[in-house]
Design a protein around this ligand. Structure first.
Ligand SMILES: Nc1ncnc2c1ncn2[C@@H]1O[C@H](COP(=O)(O)OP(=O)(O)OP(=O)(O)O)[C@@H](O)[C@H]1O
Length: 290
């Protein structure tokens, strides 16, 4: 159920205005990502249903919600790893397919085993290989592009280190560089700021926002919206099988979240930060940690 029935379509945001949106030959706008009356059940349990969402090229959408509300599952649907129970999921106007070259993905953090036979630069290069940047790129150009990406995530110093020996934050920055390598049409990020210190949280979120300004549609799963709130065009909030979509100021409100959770939830803004207090069992939305 959409708590905010206005929410499914992209509003006229700055993102929506900078976009060259045309389906080839039709003159019609084509969203980068679309979910149409989407429903996902696992066993007999509905994770979410009635989900209508269009994300336009260049739009930055934060996906928020409690543990188990189906945020990662939503990304898995768009990656073609999980099938909808009903409804449709499209990327670039086509039904989702597994292994789509249109999509960059920063998965929820898993540490590489220490013995992983990859250096930092190998991991980033995997984002180029086999893509439009890949086969056509001369070896010297590939190396140059990998070096640029390593610089952008401040990971040049670990380029030749085995990834399994790097810190969680260093691994996460390399994953971000890998996902950005192909300049994808759609970037799916699953808690990409985990393990990062404040400086690198800002660096990676700025990098992702810069990619959005180049026309990439971003879906950014997070429990903590404050580090990215200035980049966010819309929020998709999932809770209890329900959802609300809209501008941050329209969704992150006491009435909307109380309605989603079915109990009093208070949202306050202090010094530009959004703080949410949701009662004793709402540990996932403690103050400052949506
Ligand atoms: N393949 C699966 N089979 C059955 N149930 C699953 C499967 N994948 C996820 N689930 C369940 O679906 C629900 C949603 O999981 P999901 O990982 O999408 O939530 P989430 O919002 O990303 O959670 P978190 O914030 O903890 O990462 C959870 O209850 C989870 O146990």
């Amino acid at each position: 159920m959409a708590a905010d029935p206005r929410g499914g379509q992209a509003p006229r945001t700055a993102a929506a205005e900078r976009l060259p949106l045309e389906a080839a030959g039709t003159g019609a706008a084509r969203p980068a990502v679309a979910l149409r009356d989407a429903r996902l059940d696992y066993g007999g349990r509905t994770v979410w249903s009635g989900l209508d969402l269009e994300v336009q090229p260049g739009e930055f959408v934060a996906v928020l919600g409690a543990n188990g509300s189906g945020k990662t599952s939503l990304l898995h649907v768009l990656l073609g790893l999980t099938r909808l129970t009903s409804g449709r999921a499209e990327v670039g106007g086509e039904p989702v397919t597994r292994g789509s070259r249109r999509i960059g993905y920063i998965p929820q953090q898993r540490l590489f085993p220490p013995e992983t036979p990859l250096r930092g630069r190998d991991l980033v290069r995997q984002g180029l290989d086999g893509h439009r940047w890949g086969p056509g790129l001369r070896p010297g150009r590939t190396r140059q592009r990998v070096d640029e990406l390593l610089e952008r995530v401040e990971a040049a110093h670990v380029a030749d280190e085995p990834v399994g020996l790097l810190s969680g934050g260093e691994q996460q920055r390399l994953r971000a560089a890998q996902a950005l390598a192909s300049s994808p049409d759609v970037l799916l990020c699953d808690e990409p700021l985990l393990s990062l210190d404040l400086k690198h949280q800002q660096g990676i979120s700025d990098l992702i926002a810069a990619q959005a300004r180049r026309g990439t549609a971003v879906l950014f799963v997070t429990h903590e919206i404050n580090p990215i709130i200035h980049h966010v065009d819309r929020v998709l909030y999932l809770a209890n099988g329900r959802h609300s979509v809209g501008a941050p100021d329209d969704v992150l409100r006491s009435e909307v979240l109380s309605s989603l959770y079915g109990r009093p939830v208070e949202v306050v803004r202090v010094g530009g930060r959004v703080l949410v207090a949701g009662g004793e069992d709402a540990h996932h939305i403690e103050e400052g940690a949506l």
